[in-house]
Design a protein around this ligand. Sequence first.
Ligand code: GTQ
Length: 348
Amino acid sequence: MTDLGRLEDLPQDYRDALTRLNLVPLWPSLRGVMPAHTPRPQTQATHWPYATLKEQLLKAGELTPIEKAERRVLVLANPGHGLEKMQASAAIYLGMQLLMPGEWAPSHRHTPNAVRMVVEGEGAWTTVDGERCPMQRGDLILTPTGLWHEHGHDGSEPVIWLDVLDLPLVYYLEASYHVNGERQKSRAASGAQASPAYVAAGVLPTPVFARGNKRYPMLRYPWSSTRDALTKIAQTTDDQTAAQITYINPETGEDAENILGFYAMMLKAGQSVTLPARSPATVFHVIEGSCAVTAASQRFALTRADTCCVPGYGAVQLQNPSSTEPAYLFLADEGPLHRKLGLYEERP
Ligand code: GTQ
């Protein structure tokens, strides 16, 4: 491969003329925007231990009243992108959100898609599109693009959850905005949405008179059912395979949201697995137990409620260090986006 010409090789008066005309020569930058064989991600493998994050989040609870924050969140920012960009990866935003007893995070809707993974505390709820979703540890709650949502808290201890949004991508597309709204009248999930058949594989609740036509029929994925499913799958998998589920739209079988993918995984006591190199960046968050994550020449010892992200195109090794307890992880990745764009790759 020959070296391409550099910007400095060009006469200054020619460069100045191009600049005045809003023109740029491609060749000095060509290898940078299209490197050979593998991208050079800005995303760095990064670990956010929960203990230190929680300490700072509780301080934010004292320093900033909810009325001054609307959403009291500390953003898990990847230093590879620059902290001010508030990106965990190219397309993933992560935030840890605190709601104190009696507080209310007012109703709004926005173009980015969000999910919440509940980390600790009892008594909070999120109302999504009028449906009241209780928040219990390990539950996944969707607030997809355009749906009204607000958070409230009737319990007595702080409640903390992890927000995962596709904000960096939507912002990059210059399509990110929000609308504030009135407090929603909420109702419990009803009809097909509340049906236990949504957690029974292979059968779909099918109302006789009106087929549910909601784009997002299921908004809350209770941890108890996800955990049960993983534990059952793990009884049938060998030691090289981790039990894994994908959070899906139960009516279509497609990913729960359009842009980011959400998964849960169980590692048996002592189990190690190597995930193949895939094009999307991935986030790992520990719901129960602990897990060592090795990727991009880094090794992180994750304990309960810790979060890390790893860039795409590299293999990831996961190891449950406990000889007695299983580990349960929540994963988020850019898989649906890469697949829809035809960019998805898995490399041996
Ligand atoms: O709870 O609606 O972390 O709008 C960032 C933006 C949470 C939310 C975030 C949001 C929210």
